[in-house]
Design a protein. Sequence first.
Length: 205
Amino acid sequence: MSKEEYVQTMKEKQYDVTVYFKQNYDAQVDKKFWETSFDGEVPYKKLADETLEELKYRHAIFDIAEEKGYIDDADFVSLKRQMEEENQEREEKKERGEPVYGLSEYTMDLYLEYEISSIKEQYCNDEGNEDMEISTEELQDYYNSREWLVGEDGKKAEFEEIRSVLEKDIREMRYEEMVKKAAGDSSVDVKKDSLYTFTLKNIKK
């Protein structure tokens, strides 16, 4: 985990942490906000903890992708280089007057979102992957677990009518469980006090 990767992720998590304290403590986001204690919870420390958990989750995704051969390298430097190459290719297409589909340029957070979504789709669409082959019995059990409605009139959906939806749901749930387990099993050798200090310093930049 590089400092650049940590700060990138930290900036993405700031909004969520701010919303958390607004909703739970009616906190005012002023100059003192990040260092104020709210019933023992301090925003900059929660931000550091949330950032670390997010990084563990992302690393689990990219490690799985590297293992499966979806990407060549799972480290942040390689992902950043890939983003820059993608942006350069898109810029060259624009200069040649060729169509560019989607975004004209990626930011790092949007590129990570795109890569994570792509990895999930590749993994879930491959029935040869762990837990991605689903029996008819499993699908039927999932179908029976709730009421499925379709159309503007909200009529009850028949099993075969939404079979593909059921399969997609189960695969995605199993994928998320696998990633969360891998993230939970991982460990990061970091001193919390140093991490908290670094986080507070970079919030104010």
